[in-house]
Design a protein around this ligand. Structure first.
Ligand SMILES: Nc1ncnc2c1ncn2[C@@H]1O[C@H](COP(=O)(O)OP(=O)(O)OP(=O)(O)O)[C@@H](O)[C@H]1O
Ligand SMILES: [Mg+2]
Length: 284
């Protein structure tokens, strides 16, 4: 179908018929061509890992990497690609689900005809087996007992204490046979959280280990930081930057004073992080 004809059809057809237009089976291609966004290399890998059994991605990450953005891309593709696709996107607080996660989804889909449920609600609804729903853990919203459709579960900020109940509900809902998928996205800061515990369990070989694709996202390896070190502009403005990391180090760390005993955990930090020596040396 040529593009002009497709555009005309899009503008004239109701939302449900529009979604019958073919949508790429590759979520990365969908992001590039339907949502018109470019993804970071690791975002592409994570998205594609959602299609690879066990279709669970576990993403402990530094701040401001691009996790919530990726969750919104995944939710959009899942809804558009699977006629019986159902998305449950969970976050700890209403403000996060409505303004951050759903805010991102609304921005990404601003050119697409979408059956939003109202101007603010975190919900897209087509049929009982085809919808996307944002849920707030602190309000006790639950997906327990809902078994229809091919489900994508997203736990954003999975280490937040409010997210705890979802870890008990997931095993009763997640159906690998149905092609369900799960995204676990978090900053691994709270060692007392259930997510941290599950991650550590999965790290150990042997019984009880959870099978998943694990992506540990280090801010020092972000494409914005790599670009800054080459003296180039950050390719993903808004995501973590070298200046931001320098600030974090300055505020979170204590300088080793002249004459202090050096400890194994001490490290050098300069204005520029040196990729050649793995970050342990200063660059003049
Ligand atoms: N592929 C991309 N293209 C353009 N902008 C992006 C992309 N990925 C992320 N961003 C932008 O980077 C910023 C940070 O992204 P996001 O909020 O998803 O990070 P996060 O890892 O969820 O952060 P946090 O650790 O605070 O939860 C946002 O402004 C987002 O729009
Ligand atoms: Mg986030």
């Amino acid at each position: 179908m040529d593009t002009m004809l497709e555009q005309t059809l899009r503008s004239r057809t109701p939302a449900s018929s529009q979604r019958l237009l073919p949508v790429s089976a590759d979520p990365v291609s969908y992001a590039n061509h339907t949502l018109n966004v470019r993804l970071m290399r690791v975002q592409e890998q994570i998205l594609r890992a959602l299609l690879d059994p066990p279709r669970i991605v576990n993403v402990p990450s530094g701040n401001n990497w691009g996790k919530t953005f990726l969750a919104a891309v995944a939710a959009s593709w899942w809804f558009d690609h699977y006629p019986d696709g159902v998305v449950y996107a969970m976050g700890p607080r209403k403000e996060h689900v409505v303004n951050v996660l759903w805010g991102q989804l609304r921005l990404l889909r601003r050119e697409l005809d979408t059956p939003w449920v109202g101007p603010k609600a975190p919900e897209i609804y087509d049929t009982p087996t085809h919808f996307a729903l944002g849920m707030t853990a602190s309000r006790g919203e639950s997906f327990r007992g809902r078994h229809l459709g091919r489900k994508l579960f997203i736990l954003d900020e999975a280490t937040a204490p409010e997210m705890l109940p979802y870890f008990d509900e997931l095993p009763t809902m997640f159906d690998p046979e149905a092609g369900d998928a799960l995204m676990l996205l978090y900053n691994p800061t709270d060692t007392a959280s259930r997510m941290y515990f599950e991650d550590q369990k999965g790290q150990l070989p042997g019984e009880g280990a959870l099978p998943w694709h694990r992506f540990r996202l280090n801010c020092l390896e972000h494409e914005n930081v790599e670009a800054a070190l080459r003296g180039e502009c950050p390719p993903f403005p808004g995501a973590v930057s070298l200046a931001q990391i320098n600030d974090w180090v300055r505020t979170e760390c204590e300088p080793v004073a002249e004459g202090d005993v050096h400890r194994p955990s001490d490290f050098f930090w300069g204005w520029r992080y040196c990729p050649c020596c793995g970050g342990s040396g200063l660059v003049e």
